[in-house]
Write a protein that binds this ligand. Structure first.
Ligand SMILES: Nc1ncnc2c1ncn2[C@@H]1O[C@H](COP(=O)(O)OP(=O)(O)OP(=O)(O)O)[C@@H](O)[C@H]1O
Length: 236
């Protein structure tokens, strides 16, 4: 089933930033929401995670309507914000325990996955560290480990590659592909279009507050008269 966005209009102080967005991120699909700075990508994600009330439209996740069943809807997703949000007084391990508890997911059953993700992102052995000891990229990795430790039907990731080294970027792409194969729907935003073309199923392009294109990377290239290897030229 996955995420269904129907006629979503959203913005701030009564002003719409995005209008009448309609698209689906199906089970097992990776969709990248793209657009220039200020196009409304983060605004859309904040609606998808139920952080803000839409001006109009409807969101549903695995058949759970956000307005009618907010708890079931929100329990089925994990969100990784653009800026890591960590508690100064909690260790890395405490953050991960807290995330599992907040989603009502069994700690013991998930700790194996946590351990393997910590190893993937080279955070093993640092479980007792406090956020003050982490670099920017390490903080981002803590958010990734927390989100990928959960069993959720949807992963929502805002600019996941910011601050990550090349190795961590590759590992993140592998993880997203693995989770999609297992049936998770993935919605992310990114400015790295050519990189995204290699792993996304579809691009959702925001322009002038509208969804101006939804489809495969090859279709986007054809639509804009670009070669498939030249998607980074989309906005130039
Ligand atoms: N909290 C806010 N209050 C008022 N306006 C906002 C707020 N957050 C964003 N905006 C405005 O909404 C528009 C879309 O912003 P948004 O952050 O969604 O863009 P974006 O596509 O994610 O951009 P970027 O690529 O720079 O991250 C911009 O014009 C921005 O100024």
């Amino acid at each position: 089933m996955g995420l269904q966005i129907d006629n979503l209009t959203a913005g701030y102080a009564g002003q719409a930033v995005v209008n009448n967005l309609t698209f689906t991120v199906s089970t097992g699909q990776i969709v990248a929401l793209i657009g220039l700075n200020g196009a409304g990508k983060s605004t859309t994600l904040k609606q998808v995670i139920g952080l803000r009330q839409p001006q109009a439209g409807r969101l549903s996740l695995d058949g759970h309507d956000l307005e009618k069943e907010p708890a079931a809807y929100k329990a089925a997703l994990a969100y990784i914000p653009e800026q890591p949000v960590l508690y100064d007084e909690l260790t890395l391990a405490e953050h991960l325990h807290l995330m599992l508890a907040a989603h009502g997911q069994d700690d013991g059953a998930h700790w194996q996955r946590v351990t393997s993700l910590l190893t993937v992102f080279r955070l093993n052995g640092k479980e007792h560290w406090l956020p003050i000891h982490f670099s920017k990229g390490m903080k981002q990795k803590v958010m990734l480990v927390a989100a990928f430790s959960l069993d959720t039907s949807l992963l929502v990731i805002d600019e996941p590659f910011l601050g990550l080294d090349v190795l961590a970027q590759k590992q993140l792409i592998t993880l997203m592909k693995e989770r999609a194969k297992e049936g998770t729907a993935v919605l992310l935003t990114t400015h790295l279009l050519q990189q995204a073309a290699a792993y996304v199923d579809d691009f959702a392009l925001l322009e002038d507050g509208q969804l101006s294109f939804f489809g495969k990377p090859s279709e986007l290239a054809a639509d804009r008269g670009l070669s498939e290897n030249d998607l980074d030229a989309l906005f130039s």
